[in-house]
Design a protein around this ligand. Structure first.
Ligand code: ZN
Length: 205
């Protein structure tokens, strides 16, 4: 994976916009302007998290550049924007965790995209990262809406990583909020162990 990421960085150096890949240091103005905030008025009051952007074209390209093309400057940008959003919130968290990637997704992508984001954000916020979840066997992406919530119920806690977390608060990061079944299942598992949790997703469908 390291070798591959170096190849990707060679072909797409950090002096390109991580969305349109034109020569530009960081996100270009056109792509920046195309990121539309997710309309929070669509959320119910019981919602225990934040979704940052609408899942439209430029956001989809950014996520795909990161996950499928392994252009890590795209992931770094996502992490920085998530960090900025969390820093602007009043709430502070004791640790950061991430939604689990299925085995098939890990195999397909060659790396754990959630862990990578969480690591960057944790470093920027100066909070520790904890891997808390074991994925279900099936990948959420290939499932229909009603199958997703059943599948998400199969996510399990990694009990060996739970030490000292009772009574703490954690933020759970994920790239895309689709039906919410993954983040909901993860937060429910945290709650059972006495951990207050909130999710943040980069985009929302
Ligand atoms: Zn651009």
């Amino acid at each position: 994976m390291r070798a591959l990421s170096r190849i990707a960085d060679f072909f797409y150096p950090r002096l390109r916009c991580p969305v349109c890949l034109t020569f530009h240091e960081g996100l270009c103005i056109t792509c920046r302007a195309s990121f539309l905030p997710y309309d929070e008025s669509l959320l119910s009051e019981s919602e225990s998290g934040i979704s940052m952007y609408r899942h439209q074209e430029s956001v989809k390209i950014l996520i795909s550049n990161y996950k499928k093309k392994m252009i890590f400057s795209a992931g770094d940008l996502m992490a920085t924007l998530i960090t900025e959003k969390l820093s602007a919130e009043e709430e502070r968290f004791d640790f950061i965790t991430f939604a689990p990637s299925s085995k098939s997704s890990l195999k397909k992508l060659g790396f754990d995209h959630g862990a990578y984001l969480a690591k960057r954000i944790g470093r920027q916020l100066d909070i520790p990262i904890r891997a808390l979840f074991r994925p279900s066997d099936k990948e959420q992406k290939v499932l229909e809406r009603d199958e997703r919530s059943e599948n998400a119920k199969k996510i399990a806690l990694l009990s060996e990583n739970m030490d000292g977390l009772k009574g703490k608060s954690g933020v759970l990061v994920d790239d895309v909020y689709t039906t919410g079944s993954t983040v909901t299942a993860c937060l429910a598992l945290m709650k059972i162990r006495g951990i207050e949790g909130k999710y943040i997703t980069f985009s929302r469908i």
